[in-house]
Ligand binder design. Sequence first.
Ligand SMILES: CC(C)(COP(=O)(O)OP(=O)(O)OC[C@H]1O[C@@H](n2cnc3c(N)ncnc32)[C@H](O)[C@@H]1OP(=O)(O)O)[C@@H](O)C(=O)NCCC(=O)NCCS
Length: 300
Amino acid sequence: MSLVYRPARADDFVTADALVVGSINDLTVRHGFGPMATASPPNFQLFSLKDDPDGLWVAEDGGEILGFAWSWVCGDVWFLAQLFVDPTRQGEGIGNELLGRTMGHARKSGAAHKALITFTFNRVSQGLYMRHGLFPKTPIYLFNAERERAMQALPESPLRPVAMDDSVATSGKLAAIDFHAIGVSREKHHRYLLSDPATTGFLFYAGDDCAGYAYIGSNGHIGPLAAARPELLRDAFATALKLAADGPAGKVSAFLPGSCDSALGLAVDQGMRISFPMLLMASPGYGGWTQYLPRSPGFM
Ligand SMILES: CC(C)(COP(=O)(O)OP(=O)(O)OC[C@H]1O[C@@H](n2cnc3c(N)ncnc32)[C@H](O)[C@@H]1OP(=O)(O)O)[C@@H](O)C(=O)NCCC(=O)NCCS
């Protein structure tokens, strides 16, 4: 049979997710981290496909999916959410071909900036991305802690959380904060998160000023989180930690970029531990995140 590269369809996503989970766990087990990934419903993939199908590709041989690539675009930022090849077929050029297809998506959309989050310990992915003009920017650590530990002596935050609504006014506040934090509005992605029953969004206020926002998952995960200014990040993270620890989950977690030192300092003070090291890679000039905590390697 011959290998073909074709646009992904909605009915590929369950199989593609199984491939992604298998590929992640093969990598993380090989590097001593144990299996990290479990299957999840492909909700964000389906959202992206409906929004802009140009970014989703599969490599297929005789009806079997061997690789999956998925990118999305917001404004002038292109982001590679996933690139995975079946462990038994890695090193044969499939990842490079799939990446080429999603790079075509970046060109077609006119994106000025490109970024992705990969595994710090994967030499192959980093080398491949550098070949395509994406370079290491900052480490991103997945931190977590038991919720009781994270709450111990947690500094009182001056910021007041208010549950997000889907009004035009809220949308405008989110767009303004995102523009400062990551250079682009993610209006459609906020709509996606607001419709996720397992996640609650909050705006953080200092008096009447909107100082940031965060989403808190029912599993205790924080993110994305953004502050209106870098000096507000620590307080925003403290507010989010309190909200997450007040929730139903036994643990709290967040992805913290190395460039967000005030949040890293607070995480360590609260006894949070690094469970997984990742890496932000970006085209030159993008990715100096000092007031943004991503949600996940795929959502950004
Ligand atoms: C990363 C991944 C998608 C790449 O796909 P692939 O089909 O294995 O890769 P390809 O064969 O197309 O390209 C491999 C390229 O990586 C680069 N590479 C490999 N080892 C390298 C090293 N030690 N140093 C630098 N670059 C290296 C080279 O450019 C190589 O191409 P070449 O052999 O032609 O020179 C795949 O290996 C994979 O799924 N890995 C596990 C999951 C993962 O990390 N995914 C990325 C998540 S963001």
